[in-house]
Each structure stands twice: as C-alpha cells, then as structure tokens.
Design a protein around this ligand. Structure first.
Ligand code: WQD
Length: 342
C-alpha cells in the first residue's frame, strides 16, 4: 500500500514510516515542520534505503493534502499523526488545539474519501479514559469528552467524528489507536524524540539531565497510592508503537475499530529513572517534588484486543527504551536542529 503519513516527519511519524517501508509499503510524508526538522525525513531514507518523499505544509489545508495525492498518488491509506500534543499548553491555548487537531482531520478525511482511500488510521491517546476504577483500561472503558485538557478533549472529539464518518462510509476502514506513553528511539540512533525547549515528558527530561543540559530530575509526587509512591504509566517503545500501525493497516477489518497500544505493564517514575541510570552507567541527580497539577496516579492498559485482532503485542522493554533513547541522545546531542546531512 502507499500510505500518506500526516505528521510523518515527527517522532511517531518517522518511526512509523520506517516500519511501513520495512514491511514493503510506500510512504509519503506530510508535515508542517512545526515540531520537527526536514532532516528527519532524510534519516528515514537513510535507515531504510527507500524513498520517503516529504511535502512541507499544513494538513488542515485541503489544497496541501490534494498536492500529496497529485504528486504521489494513488494513495491507499492515510495515517493521521498531525496534532499538537502538549497537555499543559493545551489548557492555555484551547482554540489553537481544537482548530489544529480537528481541522487537520476534516481536511484529510474530505480529500482522502474524495480520492477513494481504503483506510484511515487515527492517532488517539489513552488519556481519553476517565475512570481510574476501570484500570487496566480496555477499549470499552469509560471515556469522556469532558476531560481535564483541550488536547485530550480534541482527541476524544476526533474519535466521535470518525465513528460517524465510518458509519456513512462503509467502504472505508477507520482504525483508532489509543497510545499510552511513547518512549525510546530507533536502535540506529538516527531518529528519535526531539522536543523543543524544556521537555514536559519524563524520558526526554531524564535524558537531558543525563547529557548535562538540565541539572536534576524533578519527581512529581512521591505520595501516590502506588508501590513506590510515584506515578505509574504504560511506557511503550516507539518501535513497538510503529509496528502497531503496520498491523492496524494490514489487519484492519471493515468499519470502525479502536485499539489500545500499550504494554499492559505499569512502570513508576522511579523505576524508569533507575532503568535510565542503568543505560547511562551511573546515578542521576533527582529530587522529590509536589505532585504536578492534572496528573493521575496511574494509567495503563489491557492491550489484549490488539493481540487478538491485529496479532500485535509489544516485544521491547523499558530497559530497551532507555538504552535506545540514550543512544539517540548521545548520537544527536542537540537533536536534529544542528544537523545538515552531508
Ligand atoms: C509521566 C510520569 C509525571 C516529568 C503524556 C502526555 C499525554 C500522552 C502520554 C500523547 C508522570 C512524571 C514527568 C518530569 C516527573 N501523550 N514526571 N517529572 O503526563 O503521562 O502524558 O504522555 O498522547 O498527552 O502528556 O507523561 O511523561 O509527562 O509524565 O515526575 O519531569 O512522569 O508526574 O507520573 P503523561 P509525562
């Protein structure tokens, strides 16, 4: 299949492009480069030895999406990864988050359906689950449109839109993938997460402390009702996550389907830090801080439905993720920004 990856030059996008190419598919990357650099697309070609053409533009602009079909068609499927995703920022900029995260979906659906695509795969999030009593979350667990932040709400709204669009387009396979916490990097060290500024998420922050660009790790909360008092999350290696997208495309059933993509194995903040210290080879400076507003004590999934229907499950561990992230960080101390491919 030829697959249009909206947001394809980003962290999840580049890893998904590599997995698709290695599975024998073709890719077209569409990205506005607001959260990444064009060199990331060149790295996908370097890893796979296959073309990963990049169209720079806004996926919310139908003329830009049309140009992808005009230049690189026919396109069989769209994987929609183009979204703003910072939970904290979304509480301060709700209009930007709702318009970007929904307008991109509307444009991609209108143009894709107009060109007769067979599959639409949507990047959603485990933060749409709203009742901790449901843990471990299954796809039938309680979700809500009224969540704590515009990012998660925009993702749940997208899911509502997609369910209705799937209902009136029975020839279109719509697959919603609810990610838990993506971590790690490709083992080559050529692609990885490259957050701008000071990272909000745990693994990139720990990595910046390890490489010396930040002073110490702040552990947000040590009084949660968890085994070691720190927050529990379902950290999924980005290579496993990427392979979940290939499985979703290749094994999708007709109609509308939802899958959790996670390990099902909760890991605490201190356990992740200890694993990263193993990768680095020494202890890292850390301090206990008060809880971060909006954080939950625990979130993790039951990934068995993806196993049963897609034949997919994670195979990489938190140690693999820390080792690969550290390799990416040391190979690219300043991320993609200062790299100009020779
Ligand atoms: C993980 C744990 C923190 C930073 C994020 C996104 C969300 C979704 C999943 C896309 C928590 C603790 C963190 C730090 C810390 N992504 N922490 N010190 O909040 O689970 O969700 O990934 O769908 O949109 O926000 O991830 O990495 O920020 O936090 O102690 O400096 O690490 O309290 O327990 P989170 P996170």
């Amino acid at each position: 299949m030829r697959v249009l990856l909206a947001g394809g030059a980003g962290y999840i996008g580049t890893h998904t492009a590599v997995a698709l190419l290695e599975a024998g598919h073709d890719v077209v990357l569409l990205d506005d480069l607001s959260g990444t650099h064009a060199v990331a697309a060149e790295r996908v070609e370097r890893i796979t030895g296959k073309p990963a053409p990049l169209i720079v533009g806004d996926a919310a602009d139908e003329s830009v999406v049309e140009s992808a079909f005009a230049q690189h068609g026919p396109i069989d499927a769209i994987i929609h990864l183009a979204a703003f995703k910072a939970v904290g920022e979304s509480t301060q900029k709700p209009l930007e988050y709702y318009s970007n995260n929904l307008d991109t979906t509307f444009a991609l659906l209108r143009v894709g359906i107009g060109h007769g695509i067979r599959s639409f795969v949507f990047s959603s999030t485990g933060t749409v689950y709203s009742d901790p009593a449901d843990l471990p979350f299954t796809e039938d667990s309680t979700t809500s449109v009224d969540l704590s932040n515009a990012y998660s709400k925009s993702k749940r709204m997208n899911e509502v839109v997609l369910a209705d669009v799937a209902r009136v387009n029975p020839e279109l396979n719509v697959t919603v993938l609810r990610y838990f916490n993506p971590v790690g990097a490709h083992p080559s060290g050529l692609i990885g997460e490259d957050p701008a500024g000071i990272p909000n998420n745990l693994m990139p922050y720990v990595s910046r402390v390890a490489i010396g660009s930040l002073d110490e790790i702040g552990v947000f909360g040590s009084d949660y009702d968890t085994p070691d008092g720190t927050g529990l999350r379902d950290y999924i290696h980005v290579v496993d996550l990427a392979e979940g997208h290939v499985a979703a495309l290749e094994k999708a059933q007709p109609g509308h389907q939802v899958f959790n993509l996670g390990t099902g194995r909760p890991v605490s903040v201190l356990e992740l830090v200890a694993s990263f210290e193993k990768a680095v080879g020494h202890d890292l400076p850390k301090k206990m801080l008060p809880r971060r507003p909006g954080d939950v004590a625990a979130t993790y999934c039951d990934p068995s439905k993806a196993g049963e229907v897609l034949g997919w499950c994670t195979r990489l561990s938190i140690d693999d993720a820390c080792r690969d992230y550290w390799n990416w960080q040391t190979t690219n101390p300043a991320g993609y920004a200062t790299v100009s491919e020779a």
